[in-house]
Design a protein around this ligand. Structure first.
Ligand SMILES: [Zn+2]
Length: 91
């Protein structure tokens, strides 16, 4: 009988996540707002992702992140909050 030569599937370095539309909270989250961190209970400023347009890096507000202990956490997609994320708007 022939040996199974199928390569063992490597785990992806980029994890997949998925959310349903009804799981997002309809808030107008934007860069410069603050998130209440679940890791350290502190406030972290929200950062925008970057995308490349016409060869230049530009900010994209489609994906928003915050940073805690040198890790980036996704907190908003297209201005809507991910489930369980609390925000503070400081002006
Ligand atoms: Zn934190």
């Amino acid at each position: 009988m022939e040996e199974n030569k199928e390569e063992k599937e490597k785990p992806s370095e980029i994890p997949f996540i998925s959310f349903g539309n009804d799981e997002f909270i309809g808030k107008n989250i934007k860069k410069g707002d603050y998130v209440i961190c679940k890791n350290c209970d502190g406030l972290h400023e929200i950062l925008a992702a970057e995308t490349i347009k016409n060869g230049k890096y530009i900010e994209s507000n489609k994906l928003l992140f915050y940073k805690c202990n040198n890790n980036l956490y996704l907190c908003s997609v297209k201005g809507k909050a991910l489930p369980g994320i609390e925000f503070r708007s400081i002006k």
